[in-house]
Ligand binder design. Structure first.
Ligand code: ATP
Ligand code: MG
Length: 720
C-alpha cells in the first residue's frame, strides 16, 4: 500500500501567511500563498507518488473575433497536483482500515420501509473490493463511463467507490428521473455499463425501475451491460422493519430481462474476492461526470478529476463540519485552526454526519460520499422521502443514530415548516445535534431561524454553504466556530458584528476568493447587487463540460476573458462587514424600472407571511417598467380560505413593508405546488413561461412535472 509522501512543492507552512483571514477581499490571498495552502492540504491524502506541479492554469486567450467584432477566446485549462498519483477509494476506505479504524462505522443505512444495515470501514473495504472485481470482469477499464441509476442505498456508495478504484468515470443519475432524462445521460456520457435496481421504494410504494433503464437503453448508445441490484424483492424486509412506525414489507416485482446484457449484482459479486489491490492514477484522471441541476436549461455534464477534487473535498468537509482542531486565539477565544492539515481525532470519532441529499446530486458526491469517507467519520444514508410514512421521519432518524451534523436543503426545511406549523412536537430528542447546514438555494431567513430553533436549540452553528456542481465543493460559508455562533461563555457576548446572519453565505473559504462585480468586472458598491465571481479558484473546480468544451468556455469563462475569473451565474451583494449574500440566479433577476431585485429576497419576505408556505417569484414582461414581479405562492390551509383580492392586497402590503413598494408583485397567484428540480430548486423560468402561455423549456430535471399542469390550469383560469 502507499504511504503518505511529502508533497514535492510544499513550502506552505512558511509562505502562507494569513490564510485564516476572510476573503472575499482578494487582496488577502496572493497566488503563491493560495497554491501553497492547497499543496499543504493535499498532505491530508495518501499519494503513491508526489506531484511535480501543484497548479497550472492556462487562462482564456484571445484567438480571434466573432462577426460582431467581439473577441473570441481559447478554452481555459486547469490542472492541480500534476504528476501525483493516488487512488481515491484507497483514500476513502482502505487507509482507515490500515490505520486500525476498520471497526469504526462508515455507513448507517436506513431504507424507506424501515430496513437497516450498518457497514464498518472494514465491511466497506470488502464490498468495494468485490464490486471492483465485478466491474473488471464485465470489461470495464480506466476511462470507461458507468452510469449509476440507483436510489440511496449502500450499493450506490459501493459502486461509486468501485468505479473510482478502477479508474472508471461514474455518473450518478437520480433514481427518480424519467427514462428520458436517464437516456440523455446514458447517451451523452457514452456509458458502457448502467447500474440500476429492480424497483424502488418511493413514498411508501414499490415502483418498477428496470423498465425505465430498458427504455433508456433503447436508442443509440454504448451500453454493454445493465447491472441490476435487487432492492424491492430483498427478503427479510418485513422483519427488519419492526420498530418503525408505518413500516411495511415489499412485494416481489416482475423484472424485465435481456439475456446476455443484464446481470444481477448479487450474481456478479457472489464469488468475487474480498481483497483488491488498487492501481494509482494521475491526479488529473477524470473521476466523475456530474450533470447540473438544470435550473437554467439543459444540464451540463461537468467533469471532475481525482486529485484536486478530493483535496478540496477533504479540506472543506473538515472545515465546515467541524473536524479541525481548536486553538485559542490572542483574545482567548476558541477557534478552529483553519490551516490545520490534520483533523482532531476526537471530533472525527464522535461525528455522525447526515447529508440528506440524494446521492446523485453534487452535494452528496462531496459531502455524503467522498467528504465524510475521506475524513473517516460515520454517516447516515436514508433511502426514502422525508415524509414517509409520516412527516417526522427525519426526526426519528436523527434520534436513532445520534446525528451530530444535519445538512439539508431550504426546500426541505420549508416543507417541514408547513408540516409542523406549531413547531416540532417535543417527543423527539435532538440533543445529539451540534451543527446544522444548508445548501442548494439561498435559505430564507425564516427557514434558517426555524431550523436552528427547532432542531438546533438556538445554539448550534449553521453553515450556509454556497457552491455549485462546477466548483465541486464549497466556495463560501460561515465557519462553525464563527463568533456569531459562540455558545454562551465561549466568547464575549454582544461583540459587534457577531450576531448571526441568517441567509448569509458570509465569506470565501481559505484558498479561494470571491468578488461581487458588475458585468465589466468593476466591484459594485456595498449593499448593491452584482455578479458572484470566483476570481481565485480552488483545486476542485470542474475541468470541462463533457464533450462540449465550448460550452464550458461560454458559460463560465468568456465574461471575464483573459482575466481568468469564473462567472458563477448567481447574483450577490456584500454587506457592511464584507459578508456575502447570494441573491439567486442572474437569469432570475427582476429588473423593475432599472432597480435590480432579487427573487430570493422577495420570496423570503413572502414566506414570513402567515398565509404563505412557499413562494416563487419571477420577472414577467411589463411595457412600462421592463419587468414586473410575478409571485406564485403555496398557501397554508388558512390562506386557501382567503379571497384572491384579499390575498393580493395583503401580500403586496406585506412585501412593501418588508422591502419597499418597488418590490411589490404585480400579480399574486395561488398555486398548489411550485416546479422544482430534483435538487429542490424552484425553476422560476417555468413560472414565467406558464404565465405567458409560452412553450416550456427543458423539463428533464424536474422532480414534480405534474405541478406544471396544475399551475397551467390556474393560469388559464386566470386568463379567461
Ligand atoms: P444549472 O447550472 O443547470 O442551471 P444548477 O446551477 O441549479 O443548474 P447546481 O450546480 O446543482 O445546478 O446548483 C448550484 C446553484 O445552487 C448555485 O449556483 C446557486 O444558485 C444555488 N446554491 C447552492 N447553494 C447555495 C447557497 N448556500 N446559497 C445560495 N444559493 C445556493
Ligand atoms: Mg449552475
Amino acid at each position: 500500500m502507499s504511504s503518505r509522501l511529502p508533497a514535492a512543492t510544499n513550502q506552505s507552512e512558511q509562505s502562507f501567511s494569513d490564510p485564516a483571514n476572510p476573503t472575499p477581499n482578494p487582496a488577502l490571498i496572493s497566488d503563491d500563498a493560495r497554491i501553497d495552502f492547497w499543496a499543504a492540504q493535499a498532505s491530508r491524502l495518501d499519494w503513491a507518488e508526489p506531484w511535480h506541479t501543484t497548479h497550472r492554469f492556462e487562462k482564456p486567450q484571445v484567438i480571434g473575433e466573432d462577426q460582431d467584432g467581439n473577441p473570441t477566446y481559447s478554452v481555459p485549462e486547469i490542472a492541480w497536483f500534476e504528476g501525483g498519483k493516488l487512488n481515491v477509494a484507497h483514500n476513502c476506505v482502505d487507509r482507515h482500515v490500515e490505520a486500525g479504524r476498520g471497526d469504526h462505522v462508515a455507513l448507517y443505512f436506513e431504507g424507506e420501509p424501515g430496513d437497516r444495515l450498518v457497514y464498518t470501514y472494514a465491511d466497506l473495504q470488502r464490498e468495494v473490493a468485490r464490486a471492483s472485481h465485478a466491474l473488471t470482469d464485465l470489461g470495464v477499464v480506466k476511462g470507461d463511463r458507468v452510469v449509476i441509476y440507483l436510489p440511496v442505498i449502500p450499493e450506490t456508495v459501493i459502486m461509486t467507490l468501485a468505479c473510482a478504484r478502477i479508474g472508471a468515470i461514474h455518473s450518478l443519475v437520480f433514481g427518480g428521473f424519467s427514462a428520458e432524462a436517464l437516456k440523455f445521460r446514458v447517451e451523452d456520457t457514452g456509458a458502457k455499463v448502467l447500474v440500476t435496481t429492480d424497483g424502488q421504494n418511493r413514498r411508501g410504494k414499490v415502483v418498477p425501475v428496470k423498465v425505465n433503464a430498458d427504455e433508456a437503453c433503447s436508442g443509440d448508445n454504448q451500453i454493454e451491460h445493465v447491472v441490476v441490484v435487487r432492492r424491492t424483492s430483498r427478503p427479510g424486509n418485513k422483519q427488519l422493519a419492526a420498530g418503525t412506525r408505518g413500516a411495511r414489507s415489499n412485494d416481489e416485482l416482475e423484472v424485465p430481462w435481456t439475456p446476455g446484457r443484464d446481470v444481477w449484482w448479487h450474481d456478479l459479486i457472489k464469488d468475487a474476492p474480498t481483497v483488491h489491490t488498487p492501481e494509482f492514477f494521475d491526479a488529473e484522471t477524470p473521476l466523475f461526470i456530474i450533470y447540473t441541476s438544470g435550473t437554467t436549461g439543459r444540464p451540463k455534464g461537468l467533469v471532475h478529476t481525482m486529485g484536486g477534487y478530493l483535496v478540496q473535498t477533504a479540506y472543506t468537509h473538515a472545515l465546515l463540519f467541524d473536524l479541525l482542531p481548536d486553538t485559542l486565539d490572542d483574545d482567548g477565544a476558541l477557534r478552529p485552526d483553519e490551516l490545520s492539515m490534520v483533523n482532531d481525532p476526537a471530533k472525527v470519532d464522535s461525528t455522525v454526519h447526515w447529508c440528506t441529499a440524494d446521492l446523485a446530486w453534487v452535494t452528496a458526491h462531496t459531502y455524503e460520499i467522498y467528504g465524510p469517507l475521506v475524513n473517516g467519520v460515520s454517516e447516515v444514508i436514508y433511502e426514502g422521502t422525508p415524509n414517509t410514512p409520516h412527516p417526522g421521519r427525519h426526526f426519528e432518524v436523527i434520534e436513532r443514530y445520534g446525528v451530530t451534523n444535519y445538512y439539508t436543503a431550504p426546500t426541505l426545511i420549508r416543507s417541514l415548516m408547513g408540516a409542523f406549523p406549531h413547531g416540532i412536537p417535543q417527543i423527539y430528542n435532538f440533543s445529539s445535534v451540534r451543527l446544522l447546514g444548508s445548501v442548494g438555494e439561498s435559505i430564507n431567513p425564516e427557514a434558517w431561524r426555524w431550523l436552528r430553533s427547532q432542531i438546533g436549540r438556538d445554539q448550534v452553528p449553521f453553515v450556509d454553504t454556497w457552491w455549485q456542481s462546477e466548483t465541486g465543493s464549497c466556495v463560501a460559508s460561515p465557519r462553525p466556530h464563527d463568533p456569531q455562533f459562540a455558545p454562551p461563555g465561549t466568547f464575549a457576548a454582544g461583540t459587534p458584528g457577531t450576531s448571526p446572519k441568517p441567509g448569509c453565505a458570509t465569506r470565501a473559504i481559505p484558498g479561494v476568493s470571491v468578488r461581487v462585480l458588475d458585468e465589466s468586472g468593476e466591484p459594485v458598491e456595498t449593499g448593491h447587487q452584482g455578479l458572484a465571481v470566483v476570481d481565485k479558484i480552488g483545486p476542485s473546480m470542474a475541468r470541462t463540460v463533457w464533450g462540449d468544451p465550448q460550452r464550458y468556455l461560454s458559460s463560465y469563462w468568456q465574461q471575464y476573458g483573459e482575466r481568468g475569473w469564473f462567472l458563477a451565474g448567481d447574483g450577490a451583494r456584500l454587506d457592511d462587514d464584507d459578508d456575502l449574500y447570494i441573491l439567486g440566479r442572474v437569469d432570475d433577476v427582476i429588473n423593475v424600472s432599472g432597480h435590480r431585485l432579487s427573487t430570493i429576497e422577495i420570496e423570503s419576505a413572502l414566506v414570513t407571511h402567515p398565509l404563505v408556505v412557499e413562494a416563487g417569484t419571477t420577472p414577467v414582461e411589463d411595457p412600462l417598467t421592463g419587468h414586473a414581479v410575478l409571485a406564485c405562492v403555496v398557501l397554508t390551509p388558512a390562506g386557501a380560505e382567503v379571497s384572491a383580492t384579499q390575498l393580493h392586497d395583503e401580500l403586496c402590503a406585506h412585501v412593501t413593508r418588508e422591502i419597499g413598494p418597488i418590490a411589490k408583485p404585480r400579480e399574486v397567484i395561488a398555486v398548489p405546488d411550485l416546479p422544482k428540480t430534483r435538487s429542490g430548486k424552484i425553476t422560476r423560468r417555468l413560472l414565467a413561461q406558464l404565465y405567458h402561455n409560452q412553450p416550456l423549456g427543458d423539463r428533464s430535471s424536474l422532480q414534480n412535472e405534474e405541478a406544471l399542469d396544475a399551475i397551467a390550469d390556474v393560469m388559464s383560469a386566470r386568463r379567461s
